[in-house]
Design a protein around this ligand. Structure first.
Ligand code: PAF
Length: 288
């Protein structure tokens, strides 16, 4: 763990310290924005900070690689940890405070609370990572309690996560406005992700085709063909390009509920998760 006092922006791992700073801001009548992250920051994260700065007077970013959202055998240990570089990027982006708690503080011995989320968490990611959204929900609920922001920004890159958090905030009456941040893409269309760092040069080239396949899927839906036919075409292309396809689906954009059979007459979202060797890529975009 880096020495937080040496980082180029105000930083703390201490909950009481975080609360003191936020309380002073609140006392001064300032609006507080929050961007939770797991670090390994790229321009996509920095665009979320920029969005939070548009909506709030002070912005807190958290960096915490949350163990409860990884299953045994997933990439928790390998997940890139780049605190010094992250802090430099946050400082440059104008973030006001970095909160970087340690795991033993977030989950002390004997920690036993769980949160089970339903609604938009059903299917898609949950079919392949059943632990994931409950782990995200518990850590985000704890971070919300700790930071107590007025607004929080979540990227559309993790579209299902965005809807799960919105739903959780509504269900638990948390007074926090959830604001979406647009997905940032490389020139060839690949969505920015911390996990892109795992890709070899060859894999990186193939990875860009996920964007093309989803864009063609969304276009097909807009022509009025049955979503089942459009999905079949997208699946065939994805199966050809990638080593494994977890899912490639069209869902209701607002709730992620499955669509009624046939042509799509409502705002929809196409979403996919695919594998290149040990790297899992996810992406999504609006359709219809
Ligand atoms: O999207 C992420 O990086 C994580 O799921 C989050 C929201 C920071 C919770 O650990």
């Amino acid at each position: 763990m880096s020495d937080l006092s040496a980082l180029p922006l105000p930083s703390t791992a201490d909950l009481a310290h975080l609360r003191r700073i936020v309380a002073e801001w609140r006392h001064d009548g300032l609006r507080i924005g929050f961007v939770p992250t797991m670090g390994a920051l790229h321009d996509g994260h920095l665009s979320l900070i920029a969005r939070a700065k548009e909506k709030a007077d002070r912005v807190v970013a958290s960096i915490f690689v949350n163990p409860t959202q990884f299953a045994p055998g997933e990439d928790f240990d390998a997940y890139p940890r780049t605190m010094d570089a992250d802090a430099a990027k946050l400082a440059h982006a104008g973030c006001d405070l970095l909160y970087a708690p340690v795991a033993s503080d977030m989950y002390p011995d004997g920690f036993s609370a769980t949160l089970t989320v339903g609604g938009p968490s059903q299917g898609l990611e949950t079919d392949f990572r059943p632990h994931f959204f409950n782990g995200v929900a518990i850590v985000v609920a704890k971070l919300f309690n700790r930071v107590q922001p007025d607004i929080a920004v979540f990227g559309e890159k993790d579209y299902q996560q965005l809807l799960v958090i919105r739903h959780m905030v509504r269900d638990l009456d948390l007074p926090i406005e959830i604001i979406p941040g647009e997905t940032l893409r490389e020139r060839d269309g690949l969505a920015l992700s911390s996990r892109n760092a795992y890709l070899s040069t060859d894999e990186r080239r193939v990875a860009a085709s996920l964007n093309e396949i989803l864009a063609a899927f969304a276009h097909d839906l807009s022509t009025g063909i049955d979503w089942e036919t459009a999905q079949g075409k997208a699946l065939a292309k994805a199966a050809n390009a990638f080593e494994r396809v977890d899912y490639i689906e069209a869902r209701c954009a607002e709730t992620l509920a499955p669509l009624p059979p046939g042509p799509v007459h409502q705002p929809a979202r196409v979403l996919a998760a695919v594998w290149l060797d040990k790297t899992r890529l996810i992406d999504n975009m609006p359709a219809v």
